[in-house]
Ligand binder design. Structure first.
Ligand code: NDP
Length: 254
């Protein structure tokens, strides 16, 4: 029995062309999975593809804006056309607009909710049909510490990430009978393009995170590889509807 073998499995990672998405893709590639990374920036994707192919697996980029339902459908269709199946979906694409709630425009609210939450709903709904065809699958949704905590500058972001956890639970109950496990991962503070911007915009963030994190450091995308490997493989077949913090202890520290 090999609980951690993903040979023959096909994973879609939205926003897999960098940051946490690429870290998770690397975790699954290390177990032999074929990876389709979806995003808008093709140049960034070329570097990511080189990394994944260098690990000895098949990897392709499919250009998709996951806020658009038709593009989510095309992503799943193209993955099936390229590799014949979809076994794993990582809903990782995300963004933030950091402002006080009274200053957020309606447009900014919808932009964050559409990118972080509605996209995950649409991709999951579409990938469900593909997974049913192959007898089951794994969905992994990316939440945040803002799924648990609030921050003055994070109203739309925290709303979307709280929604990710509840959407995960609801879908897990719906699709357990189809042998589809749906789980969320709640990353702590990870050094990526997204948080580079946060550190420019939020005074003292670099130090306050480091101080509060028991492991005494910011995370790096590779720190997300192991949880992806676990949640994508048959090692987690009886794990569904949960939200796993991967945060160096940030969420349990007083
Ligand atoms: P990055 O900015 O590096 O990654 C975000 C990714 O999302 C990019 O690859 C981007 O690709 C993609 N993306 C954004 N909008 C769209 C869209 N409309 N359609 C398709 N792809 C899109 O940041 P992170 O790696 O940090 O973030 C990844 C996820 O992790 C996000 O959901 C974020 O909220 C979450 N997270 C991050 C934390 C951290 O500390 N870094 C902590 C907790 C959660 P492209 O530009 O090509 O479209």
């Amino acid at each position: 029995m090999n609980l951690f073998n993903l040979t023959g499995k096909v994973a879609i990672v939205t926003g897999g062309n960098g940051g946490i998405g690429l870290g998770m893709a690397e975790g699954m590639a290390s177990l032999g999975a074929t990876i389709v990374i979806a995003g808008r920036n093709r140049e960034k994707a070329e570097t990511a593809l080189a990394t994944l192919r260098g690990m000895g697996v098949k990897a392709e980029f499919v250009a998709a804006d996951v806020t658009q339902k038709a593009e989510c459908q095309a992503l799943v269709d193209q993955t099936e056309a390229l590799f014949g199946r979809v076994d794993i979906l990582v809903n990782n694409a995300g963004t933030s607009v950091r402002k006080m709630p009274q200053d957020i425009t309606e447009e900014e609210w919808h932009y964050v909710l559409n990118t972080n939450l509605t996209s995950a709903f649409l991709c999951s709904q579409i990938a469900y049909h593909a997974m049913k065809k192959v007898g089951g699958g794994k969905m992994i949704n990316i939440g945040s510490m803002m799924s648990l905590f609030g921050a003055p500058y994070a109203t739309p972001y925290a709303s979307s990430k709280g929604g990710i956890v509840q959407m995960t639970r609801a879908m897990a109950t719906a699709w357990a009978k189809d042998n589809i496990q749906v789980n969320a991962v709640l990353p702590g503070w990870i050094d990526t393009d997204l948080t580079k911007r946060a550190r420019q915009q939020v005074d003292g963030l670099q130090d306050s995170v480091q101080k509060r994190t028991p492991e005494g450091r910011w995370g790096v995308p590779r720190d997300m590889s192991g949880v992806a490997a676990f949640l994508a493989s048959s090692a987690s077949d009886f794990v569904t509807g949960t939200a796993i913090p991967v945060d160096g202890g940030f969420s349990i520290a007083m």
